[in-house]
Design a protein around this ligand. Sequence first.
Ligand SMILES: Cc1cc2nc3c(=O)[nH]c(=O)nc-3n(C[C@H](O)[C@H](O)[C@H](O)COP(=O)(O)OP(=O)(O)OC[C@H]3O[C@@H](n4cnc5c(N)ncnc54)[C@H](O)[C@@H]3O)c2cc1C
Length: 405
Amino acid sequence: MVDFSFTEEQKLIRNELRGWCEKNLPLEKIREMDSNGEIPQSLVKSMADMGLLIMTAPVEHGGTGADWVTACIVGEELGYADISIALPVLWLVESSWGYVVDKHCNEYVREKVIRKAIKGDAFIGIASTEAGGGSDVASFKSHAKKKGSKWILNGEKMYLSGTEEAKKWGGGYFVNVRTSPAPPESPHRGMTGFYLPIDTPGVEISKRFEDMGRMAISTGGFSMDNVSLPANHIIGEVDKGFYLTMEGFDCARILIGAVCLGAAKRALELGMDYIKERRAFGRPIGKFEGIQFELADDWARLAAQRSLVYRTAWMMDKRYEEKRFTPLEVAKMISACKLLTPHFAFDVFKHVMLWFGAYGYTKECPIEMGLRGIMSYCVGAEGTANIQRVVIARELLGKEYIAYK
Ligand SMILES: Cc1cc2nc3c(=O)[nH]c(=O)nc-3n(C[C@H](O)[C@H](O)[C@H](O)COP(=O)(O)OP(=O)(O)OC[C@H]3O[C@@H](n4cnc5c(N)ncnc54)[C@H](O)[C@@H]3O)c2cc1C
């Protein structure tokens, strides 16, 4: 029998979080954060008090042991509340990469960053992309060489979410660098993941970008100049970092799906309120087919993609708990979520902005924050649309059809 209902506990979490969002994240507050370019750490600590940070980590590591369906509920509510998606981005980056680091790290790293990040006292992010390109992970130039008991890291990582937050709050990044030459037939091999505290000597924030949207969370880059890390900073196994990076992308991408759909739902609701009130040619504009049909199409697409995202999160849970699906089966579905949801949400914000007319184009209207913020996920944060297509086609056609080999 198919049962699509949420558990009582999940409903409770959604209701509690919705109440918290109504109190702490009204649209005026989102506008203020967008204008100031900052998320107050007090908000993050308040989320920690509710057990929302890296919540899928086990209880004995400080998390709540939540499943991915519950994490998606949280993502959807946060996207609904903060349509600029800055706070949801901070939350989901930590939730996914913190989860992967926690799963594969030793107690030293867990104490140093995971337990602190769960309390809102530190930031943990992902440093994968380099200035030369982000999609082709195997081509990265940053590298680490073993010297005695230490590893010496050199290179530069770029377009990273949260560089200023890491500097201010403490914490660091899961950074993946080359540790062995790649065999030509498997260029992704030979990468290793490290936990890199941002205050390690030799690490320098080399860039802060002025982004188009999600202004309240920073995007920057850092250089690594002979950075010396003890071996206990290795996450997982030497030369196996690529697989952890893919695991982290999977976690982040499903949460992005939930955040994008939450934001799209809010945009549609704001739009519906407006088209019932705004009058043209003697009647509310919501009476015109040109607007009604667009609303109906968007609502139908929202309902369909919501089913996709929650079913995929359920598959993730079954993969982890019962090994019912293979990681690649789940990855294909996750890529479908990441392929569809950002572009869909962007379309919704565009449609609603047009319903709002000239007012929609001003900063007095909240809609433009969503349009700017969601675009970051269309451009490619946590993987571009084409890379999702590459993953899906690889699973449909077989590895011999991979375009880049
Ligand atoms: C706001 C924002 C925040 C980000 N935060 C982080 C972060 O915290 N950590 C981090 O590591 N990175 C982060 N990124 C970087 C992100 O992961 C990269 O943008 C992404 O991986 C794409 O890399 P690229 O931008 O270098 O584009 P490229 O890899 O240079 O790709 C350029 C274009 O070519 C297309 N393309 C590439 N290969 C193929 C192919 N085989 N087939 C078809 N098309 C292809 C891509 O789809 C894209 O359209 C962030 C990006 C943004 C915009």
